[in-house]
Design a protein around this ligand. Structure first.
Ligand code: HPA
Length: 252
């Protein structure tokens, strides 16, 4: 089954015909909320808003392990996640939509692995998963095809910098990220992506650009939170159209 993880601006999915809501207990604590199971264009999918249905859970406090575990336990094997980002690079602007193909993890202090030998006996043995290509080649291809069918331009490829948050970055931090090769910056891409890999789920992220990152473009002196929200509200319709096509192409 396909699972959609909604990010900022996507706490509900308008086109989803809800069939049931499941409260999942996990060895890792509570997920961000119940998993919603439903149909879009006759295809079943599971939906989970990462920050909770009222958008109350900040990025560093999301229980990523419980969320991924919950989706896996209802039968999800392929995930498309939506994660808002800032742009660290010229030529990438607010309102653009990026499908990253690489990431760099700068987060710290998050519960970032299932393989820590404690909560779940099944996963107690240490395993080092391959993460050369963090995003699934197959699910990325599906997303690109979906965007094409929805006639929405999506930028193929980008390097996602996962920051700890919840504060935004300094201009110097963004300069460093750019030197490191990052093109977009967000706070939720990790450990979500790696945890999906640990449970052998395919994962891709669709990233709406909400703003120029700190010190760049119109965020030269300040990043406007209001403008970020406004941009995301304008982009969300396009994201939903892409996801609808993803669901149709994916099938049950
Ligand atoms: N930085 C980090 N996370 C973000 C940003 C940003 O500029 N915009 C949206 N999420």
């Amino acid at each position: 089954m396909l699972g959609i993880i909604g990010g900022t601006g996507l706490t509900a999915f308008a086109d989803l015909k809800i069939t049931r809501r499941e409260i999942i207990r996990t060895p890792y604590g509570e997920p961000s909320g119940p998993v919603t199971l439903g149909e879009v264009s006759g295809r079943t999918l599971a939906f989970l808003p990462r920050h909770g249905s009222g958008h109350t859970i900040p990025p560093h406090a999301v229980n990523y392990r419980a969320n991924i575990w919950a989706l896996h336990s209802v039968g999800v094997r392929n995930i498309v996640a939506v994660s808002a980002v800032g742009s660290t690079t010229p030529g990438l602007n607010s309102g653009d939509i990026v499908l990253p193909d690489q990431l760099i993890d700068y987060t710290y202090g998050r519960k970032h692995t299932f393989f820590d030998g404690h909560e779940c006996q099944e996963l107690a043995a240490v395993k080092h998963v391959d993460f050369t290509e963090p995003y699934s080649v197959e699910i990325r291809a599906l997303c690109l095809q979906a965007a094409e069918r929805a006639k929405i331009h999506m930028i193929n490829g980008g390097v996602y910098a996962a920051m700890q948050g919840p504060r935004l970055e300094t201009a110097a931090e963004i300069n460093r990220l750019e030197r490191d090769g990052a093109t977009i910056v967000g706070m939720t891409g990790m450990p979500e992506c790696a945890l999906a890999r640990e449970l052998e789920m395919r994962y891709a992220a669709i990233c709406p650009v909400a703003n120029h990152a700190a010190g760049r473009g119109d965020s030269r002196h300040e990043v406007s939170y209001e403008e970020m929200g406004k941009t995301l509200r304008q982009t969300i319709g396009q994201i939903c159209s892409i996801i609808e096509q993803v669901v149709i192409l994916h099938g049950d």
